[in-house]
Design a protein around this ligand. Structure first.
Ligand SMILES: [Cu+2]
Length: 146
């Protein structure tokens, strides 16, 4: 067989391989963009009909610190129908102290709480993921230092 005859065969074969989803390379994970968050206590828009506030319950220092989030409708009514996940990590040593994305727990008062362990002095980032009915609706990052 002449080399020129292999050309079309090659492309035909590649086409078959590419069209088989089992053989296709796994899709790259979607790159999440975390919106920079303002200072704790400020109202942060959450979609069009909600806002939230966040902040550590106490000034964070080395050790255990509890992050608290409250969600309200635009009219100011508390809303606990979201799922919030959070992760604290040091941007300068990404992954070294990350606890992974953990779900906040709803308190009796309707606040979302997540205990974190800040194991090292320095610059930290707390990442929030807000979900509604299984869909991520907002990702935000709060930078702070201890
Ligand atoms: Cu560190």
């Amino acid at each position: 067989m002449k080399l020129s005859a292999l050309g079309p065969l090659f492309f035909l074969l590649m086409g078959v391989l590419a069209s088989d989803p089992a053989l296709a390379a796994p899709a790259a994970p979607e790159k999440v963009v975390y919106q920079p968050l303002p200072k704790p206590g400020k109202k942060v828009p959450l979609g069009t009909g909600h806002y939230f506030t966040f902040g550590f319950e106490k000034q964070p220092k080395l050790g255990r610190a509890i992050m608290k989030v409250e969600i309200f409708t635009s009219e100011g009514k508390p809303d606990t129908s979201f799922v919030i996940k959070g992760d604290a990590d040091m941007p300068s040593m990404r992954g070294a102290h990350s606890t992974g994305n953990k779900a906040f727990v709803l308190s009796k008062k309707g606040a979302y709480l997540l205990p974190t362990n800040l194991v090292m002095p320095g610059d930290w980032e707390f990442r929030f993921t807000f979900e509604k009915a299984g869909t991520t609706v907002f990702c935000g990052a709060y930078l702070f230092d201890i």
